[in-house]
Design a protein around this ligand. Sequence first.
Ligand code: PLP
Length: 400
Amino acid sequence: MRYLKAKTMDHVTYDIRGPILELADSMEEQGEQILRFNIGNPAAYGFKAPSELMDELQLHLSEAQGYSNSRGLKQARIAVAERAAQKGIVGVTPRDVYTGNGVSELIMMSMQAVLDRDDEILVPAPDYPLWTSAINLFRGRPVHYICDEKADWYPDIDDIKRKISPRTKGIVIINPNNPTGALYPREILEQIIEIARENELTIFSDEIYERLIMEGEHVSTAALAPDLPVFTYNGLSKSHLLTGYRCGWMTLSGPRKDIKSYAEAMDVLASMRLCSNVPAQSLIPAALAHGDATRQLYMPGGRMWEQREIVYNGLSAIDGVSVVKPRAAFYIFPRIDAKRFGITDDQAFALELLKQKKVLIVHGSGFNWPEPDHFRMVYLAECDVLSEAVRRIGDFLGNM
Ligand code: PLP
């Protein structure tokens, strides 16, 4: 056959926007009403970015017509470097900052910059699936380490050690985590860093939910690992409710001699795509100055706090479902007793829930979870909608 897609694409998936979403869209076109809990997109649930930021955008729009420096506007990179210093990451200069069209683009660019064929990267299971797919796309090998549900979904340190091989080049840490909502304590990060140190690994720390914390304190991995090369990712999508603006950044920290080659590769890749969206970049200094724009939402009485209570209590009360309470971000990753309900294919489970109860969630294997016994629910919707969804999920399981 002549007209075939690249074979690499067989291992590149993104189920969050896969077949279940297609079915939901077609059901809606036929007039059905679907309750959607599938995508971490606050604007779709009525959240609005701070009005000062919208004013700021107006101010900068007319001067943001041209391409910028490939790494990003100087003022934006200065603001990111200052923020890195506040988080305790030493030595980050504006030269070490790259802006991107969302963290997504920077994940792709950095995997492309770092990977040779069959290089192994340790990735959490469950993960945010772009990581696994980006590694596959650039012909590396994702090797999944387990996060332990019984230990608040923290990474299983022994499993990480077991999975190191001579080909292991790096490790991905997603903290706070999507899809589990876990926030890792300093000691866990220190143990992972020690493994990285012993095995000369590069660390990729995805911290996009850094400010969306309900309990605990966020520690940046790079702040604990000044002696190692660390890529740290963040952006405006979640903390400033601006997913549509596609605004992310990445810092490269660690000893100069160890990050030099990565920086060369990132510079070329950044230049090849010219620059990231300039109006969005122009917001970064003001956004970082208004860093705690979403803080209230995550405090007791705040909208996100209350929604977490509803969804956590509701799901925990369903017979055959157990849940670890998330501490950060806006995801929950409940366990369903797959044996008891006879579930062997979790995507089929999600499709059936959608067809019968008009509730859209994403199956756990879409996050590279190895068993068919979890799903992810986004709890950005209002409390009454969440209560109704939890009721329907309980009904559905009750009839299985
Ligand atoms: N990393 C994680 C863990 C995410 O959950 C997401 C989006 O949901 C991203 C990165 C990508 O975010 P963006 O491209 O909007 O910056």
